[in-house]
Design a protein around this ligand. Structure first.
Ligand code: 4AD
Ligand code: MG
Length: 468
């Protein structure tokens, strides 16, 4: 059979508007399963456009049984022409009565790793190149696509400008030192200066360069001209921990707004997350129902709760008191000044508040240099959003817009001011209060999918010691 020259319809389109009466049809996709009886074979065909499969019936007097048994194995790619018949009295509303088919690519059943049964997520992580053929990953990746679109919709309809910030950068935004260095210097024989330091002046940019950990610093510069901006791009952290919540390459959404203080920014973050949760519920019903059934029975009520309930807002100091009075025996001790650990965050969200919590005004010593110093001299105008099952999903702050205060803080931290010349300059000319936050896309997707490992919500994961 010649390959049809028309694009044909996707299964999603066929299920959305099924024909009233039998009509000729061409479909393309991959065999999910096959069952053969004496007179007919049944093939379930999937094409990635919907989680549903189309039942295709091959009568052996029309298509020889031997050919079907030799070729139509799980994973084989085919084009099938036949008669599409409505079957309203059966569980599936449609069936294709095949007349002929073309085999694009066979899949040898003795070596093809995917079977009809559901595989463990751990197993699928080892064959990430084939994961998109499973319903789980089709649901996850379609949701990831839709949420990305919704993120743009949210900001674009609210007057934000989408800005592309660089991936190669001279500075460490978060000051946490988790940088991947980018160099063209020969690693086997790195040129050195007389004092033993690396001769970066002979490197590609003539100075050290890294993969960015955040687009925030450049977003701030752009917000000082454009007002409200957002970035949405990949960020990189040489994060050595092997947790299910950390990737070395992840996607972050970072809005940055001139004239916003901390409270206005927390309002924006809450509204944004509610919008995305509602978007998933209304546009991805099929995917969420599948994921809830397979992975997280409480998924829909939890997403619904994010939409409905106002987030609880607590200062860091209040949180420390709550944790100390909780009567819990935490592994990490709780005292004013120490950072909140995952166990503390989960207690707060899952036992104390039973809904998302926003913690604000953290101690200055545990937060990044750019956060605005509060009047108390001890805290900064920062906030984190904590979600059930996930912990921190957003980190943000009001930025230090006072030139002198910022320079003093950077000097106090022993930072080299040279890479931050432009960042400091915007504090010298027309500086205004401004704020922003970063949402980790994969953390949000963990929440929306009910999955528990960030490696399962990005198509090809990069984490310490692992490249899918
Ligand atoms: O709290 P973080 O480090 O904040 C920033 O990078 C700020 N510059 C954001 C801003 O104010 N514009 O990271 C923000 C979010 C975290 O809350 C988390 O959701 C996610 O990014 N994140 C990670 N996700 C996956 N893997 C990692 N290694 C992550 N590190 C942070
Ligand atoms: Mg953070």
């Amino acid at each position: 059979m010649a390959v049809a020259s028309v694009p044909g319809k996707t299964l999603a389109e066929l299920f959305l508007s099924p024909p009233r009466q039998a009509e000729p049809c061409v479909v393309r996709g991959w065999v999910r399963t096959r069952r053969t009886t004496r007179t007919v074979s049944f093939v379930e065909l999937q094409d990635g456009s919907t989680l549903r499969a189309l039942q295709v019936v091959f009568a052996h007097d029309r298509v020889p049984r031997e050919r079907i048994e030799a070729e139509l194995h799980t994973g084989a790619a085919v084009e099938i022409a036949g008669l599409l018949v409505p079957t309203p009295d059966r569980p599936q509303p449609l069936e294709l009565q095949a007349e002929r088919y073309h085999l694009y690519g066979p899949a040898d059943p003795t070596t093809y790793p995917l079977q009809k049964k559901a595989h463990s997520l751990e197993f699928l992580r080892e064959i990430a190149h084939l994961r998109a053929r499973t319903r789980t990953f089709q649901a996850v990746f379609r949701l990831r696509s839709g949420i990305s679109f919704a993120i743009h919709e949210y900001f674009q309809t609210r007057g934000f400008v989408y800005v592309h910030t660089p991936i190669l950068t001279p500075s460490d935004c978060e000051g946490a030192g988790q940088l991947f260095c980018v160099t063209t210097l020969p690693l086997a024989q790195v040129p050195k200066r007389p004092d033993g330091q690396v001769a970066y002046e002979r490197d590609f940019f003539g100075r050290p360069a890294y993969l960015t950990v955040s687009g925030q610093l450049e977003a701030e510069l752009l917000a000082m001209g454009l007002g409200k901006v957002y970035t949405f791009g990949p960020t990189f952290r040489a994060e050595p921990s092997h947790t299910p919540r950390h990737l070395a390459e992840f996607w972050m959404i970072e809005p940055e707004m001139a004239f916003y203080d901390l409270a206005a920014t927390m309002d924006l973050a809450e509204d944004f997350l509610k919008f995305l949760a509602r978007y998933a519920l209304t546009h991805y019903t099929e995917e969420l129902a599948f994921l809830a059934e397979r992975y997280e029975p409480n998924l829909l009520p939890e997403i619904e709760a994010v939409v409905q309930a106002p987030f609880l807002r607590l200062s860091y100091t209040e949180v420390i008191e709550i944790l100390q009075k909780s009567g819990k025996n935490f592994t990490f001790p709780v005292s004013w000044g120490s950072d909140l650990q995952a166990e503390h965050e989960r207690y707060l969200v899952e036992e104390y508040a039973r809904k998302p919590v926003m913690v604000y005004n953290y101690p200055r010593a545990i937060k990044a240099f750019y956060m605005r110093q509060n009047e108390d001299g001890a805290t900064v105008a920062s906030f984190d959003v904590l979600f059930p099952r996930i912990g921190e999903i957003i980190g943000g702050s009001q930025r230090e817009e006072r030139y002198d205060v910022l320079v003093r803080r950077m000097q106090e931290l022993g930072m080299d001011l040279f890479p931050y010349k432009g960042y400091l300059d915007i504090r010298r000319y027309g500086s205004v209060p401004h704020s922003g936050f970063g949402l980790g896309l994969e953390r949000l997707l963990l929440f929306l999918t009910g999955l528990t490992n960030v490696r399962d919500v990005i198509p090809f994961f990069r984490a310490a010691g692992q490249m899918a």
